[in-house]
Design a protein around this ligand. Structure first.
Ligand SMILES: [Zn+2]
Length: 332
């Protein structure tokens, strides 16, 4: 088994078998097959070949016409000489790590987090020989607070502003649904933008217990006249939209944005909260250490810095996958 960064993305090869993991370009049947870790836009393309993914990812992934092989977490499937299984990554609904085994074990984390989440099965660290890990927040400056404390602060902030409507910007897939759950636990049923509602319906189909009111529904119309907490995609956090709401409902609007990037930026809103679907630096380092990997390759984000920190602090060979030389004949 060999892995390298091809023009299309991460490519695992074993004899004639070619498995692309979250490729950034469309893959055709002649090139190989595809493993999709989760349904965020940067991980899905309209592939023409067979795709391995979880049932929930398939339901969230509206664009593809490709043939889909849906696998529940933990179920083993064989691809020629490789045994493949998917395991919770605790990132968004259906998100998976890939464990690929023949004479050795290779693990691809996809986007993941180790911190407890409100909606997903926990992310187990997989024992592995070779580890390909995401490095979105792979620099020591990114250490996130405990989410329980963040949600508590959010609740206090909302309750300390009676008479105002609150608009929270969040990614429509993943962050929004965790936010809905957190607000529900504070006895708040948020009003959701249709793009948030659409994904939330898939969460419900897969068993998530979340309560929200679509902003375009008759009920949403009524609720918004009384005062509300709304969840919208980030691009709507603009003066025109917010001012329009103030005029329409005759109440001041407070704005907020939730993101791991709130460690660094304030996004021009009234209040930011540090909440992320990704592992922070300390979780990335924990995963690297606990996996027992003998070789680590980093992908995305701070891939150079994370590899450097893993080498320096843990003494494990680590480089960005993109820096690995193409396979040689000796590696077969
Ligand atoms: Zn993602």
């Amino acid at each position: 088994m060999n892995v390298h960064q091809s023009a299309e993305g991460i490519l695992v090869e074993d004899r004639e078998t070619k498995l692309f993991l979250d490729p950034s370009r469309q893959i055709k049947p002649a090139q190989g097959i595809v493993g999709i870790s989760h349904a965020h836009q940067d991980h899905v393309r309209n592939h023409k070949t067979e795709c391995i993914l979880t049932p929930a990812t398939s339901d969230l992934f509206h664009a593809s016409e490709a043939k889909r092989k849906k696998h529940a977490y933990g179920k083993k499937t064989r691809l020629d000489n490789l045994v493949i299984s998917m395991h919770s990554a605790n990132h968004i609904l259906g998100s998976s790590q890939f464990r690929i085994e023949n004479s050795q074990v290779l693990t691809y984390t996809g986007d993941f987090k180790l911190q407890r989440s409100l909606l997903y099965p926990k992310c187990d660290v997989i024992d592995t020989d070779i580890l390909i890990m995401e490095a979105t927040y792979g620099s020591p400056e990114y250490v996130f607070p405990n989410p329980d404390g963040v949600y508590r602060d959010m609740g206090l902030w909302i309750k300390s502003n009676p008479g105002k409507n609150v608009i929270i910007g969040a990614y429509a897939l993943g962050k929004s649904q965790e936010l809905i759950k957190a607000l529900n636990e504070m006895s708040i049923v948020p009003v959701t933008h249709p793009s948030v509602t659409q994904n939330s319906e898939v969460y419900k189909k897969h068993g998530a217990s979340i309560e929200y009111i679509d902003s375009e529904s008759p009920e949403g119309n009524e609720v918004m006249k009384q005062g509300f907490v709304g969840i919208v995609p980030r691009h709507l956090l603009k003066y025109e939209f917010i001012h329009g709401l103030e005029m329409q409902y005759m109440k001041p609007v407070l704005t907020s944005f939730v993101s791991g990037w709130a460690t660094k930026y304030n996004f021009g809103v009234d209040k930011t909260f540090i909440l992320s679907d990704h592992a922070d630096f300390s979780q990335l380092m924990s995963y690297a250490e606990l996996s027992g990997a003998k070789q680590i390759y980093t992908v995305h984000g701070q891939n150079h810095e994370l590899a450097r920190q893993i080498r320096k602090q843990l003494g494990i060979p680590a480089i960005p996958l993109a820096d690995k030389a193409q396979k040689t004949l000796a590696e077969y």
